[in-house]
Design a protein around this ligand. Sequence first.
Ligand code: DGL
Length: 239
Amino acid sequence: MRDDPIGVFDSGVGGLNVLKECAELLPCEKFIYLADEANMPYGNKTYAEIKYLAEKCAATLFAMNCKAVVVACNTATVTAVDGIRKLFGSRIVVGLEPAVKPCYRELGKNGYAVALVTDATYRSYKFERLLQTCENKIIPIARPELARLIENHADDISAVETHVFDILADHKNAEAVILGCSHYTYITDIIRKFYGGSVKIYDGAHGAAERLKYCLALSDLFTDSTDMQNKIRFYSTRG
Ligand code: DGL
């Protein structure tokens, strides 16, 4: 089992950044990346739909003998990670959480941050509860169209610059931006440009990779293999 791959999934290209963090932190491991592009975007779907799709992705990856699954999607994590853990009992399942707590801890006394999230994350009880612990210093912004726009322009991300500038227009004084959707890592440079470089940007990808490493260590599941062939395999539900 130690030499089995680690499964990582998202609705599309967003989770690739999480995969990169995991692969950098665990350079000897093998990975399978599953993009559920046929059902993208998750963020505009009902909880029941997201739960069904995310459980299906996890089941696909475990059926491919993955020793662990990383839910590289904030929306699927907030909606479905508990259900996936219930379904797969003792298996390792790591979620992607918006980095709200680290951001809040590091905010200046009078500073505030904006958290960019999908509609489903915005509507979730878990996210609402998380924000309640931050004295209203984290302002959530849900944009139902943004993940799809990014997915479509991932190769030419400057095409979404004006759109992102419009979203941030009312928040010129924000001290930090939380990327609460894995797709939003693609617009990191655009956000920096908007703030003239003077903004802190938080995302949960590194935290998820650290968590994965911790879980593998706990279960004594680090690979012994030095075989680097097929290090990362990519699959899409679009075929
Ligand atoms: N990448 C997903 C997330 O992290 C959502 C994108 C989508 O709406 O499909 O929330």
